[in-house]
Ligand binder design. Sequence first.
Ligand code: HEC
Length: 435
Amino acid sequence: MKQPFATLAAVLAASLLISCLCVKSSAAPRTPTFASDIAPIIYQNCASCHHAGQVAPFSLTSYQDVEQHAQTIAAATQIRYMPPWHVDNPGLFQNSRHLTAAQITLLKEWVKAGCPRGNMKLAPAAPHYNKAGWIMGTPDAVYVPSRSYQLAAAGSDVYRCFVIHTNYPTDRWVKSVEIRPGNYHVVHHIICYLDTSGAARKLEAATHDGQPGYISFGGPGFPAKGMLGGWAPGTQPMTMPHNVGILLPKGADIVMQVHYHKDGKQETDLSHVGLIFCKKPVDKKMLIMPLLQFNLNIPPNDPNYIATAQLKVPANVHLLSVFPHMHLLGHTMNVTCTLPSGKSFPLVTVPDWNFNWQGFYTYKKPLAVPAGSVLHLTASYNNTESNPFNPHNPPVMVHWGDQTTDEMCLCFITFTVDQQHLLQNTAYAPGQNTK
Ligand code: HEC
């Protein structure tokens, strides 16, 4: 994140200069106020990360908070450094954090006017978060590894899998998942797999390094029964639409794979996963398909290496969300769907990939995709020195791999199958899916 900081400092200096030169403008039709204009923008687009216990370094949940950071807020939004939102599909996704140009101007004008409060009686209520910092609300169950993991100061990245027993005697359906790293300095990303075979327990039992869990690069080291979702900076909690659940099979272990990136200091981490269970019977199971291209041979000094992937959809489905993923050379990713009629529409467009901000982008409404449709992925990579994130100087040939310095070309897509109706098949739908 070095690059944006430099730019931000420059913009900040410029905006301070401008605000010194400006006297409060009386020509403006109306001065924006915190109560009517600013609080709604901040509470809706910023507070979810900017509150105690979350990823951002300070809270933005009151007038005082916002006023205290007013100058940097104006600057950071002006250059679209904040809020992080790295896809280009207005209107397609829910929880969009995209600010309009008008909202950005309001923030700037408000700061210029000296941050007036306005009539605070009209201000929206400050957002209330669970005391423990959960965004999705109070979880029904919280899982953590048996104890903290100690990470050495230096060396290559670590992929550690923690085996967490759930011990439910019946299948459970999960409505929302929120994964929270214990240590934002070193947790790079987390994926929660499910295991019902006991394989993960065996891998842990065979590990004798005095620490919880076991090492496994890439996958979890066994064929996973399913996934409970993942976390990377910017990821929001995942919540299923009406009637849909994520299956947590009875007796399953949650295998929490944490990718650690060392920061030069000894660190400890204890990451959490919180679940909210479905309180009503579930008709459809959430499934995940990866659209990916393993065959990556990105030559040094190629500013625009292109990788593609395709997948023909075998049944009528509804798409719930997408999770684009590349590493440090990734520049753009474009995923589209072509219907059997030949008509195409975008599934997600990433105009300027930023490795530091990743997550599931959830469609406002599940997207209907009929059998025979083709999903296309096109990604581009910049393996030159002009890419500020390039980990190799001089650039080298890069292939698919698990290390941050390798590459990936991948988009996870969550979906449901139209023909599936668990409510009509009581043998499959667990009756105990009410809490
Ligand atoms: C997805 C999480 C997330 C959201 C949403 C978010 N922020 Fe941030 N914000 C962060 C994190 C993490 C940092 C610290 C790391 C960094 O600066 O990149 C940060 C840093 C900042 C900074 C400090 C930048 C600096 O100069 O150091 C400002 C100002 C800021 N955010 C304002 C906002 C505003 C205003 C919004 C909403 C319009 C917003 N943020 C939304 C996560 C978020």
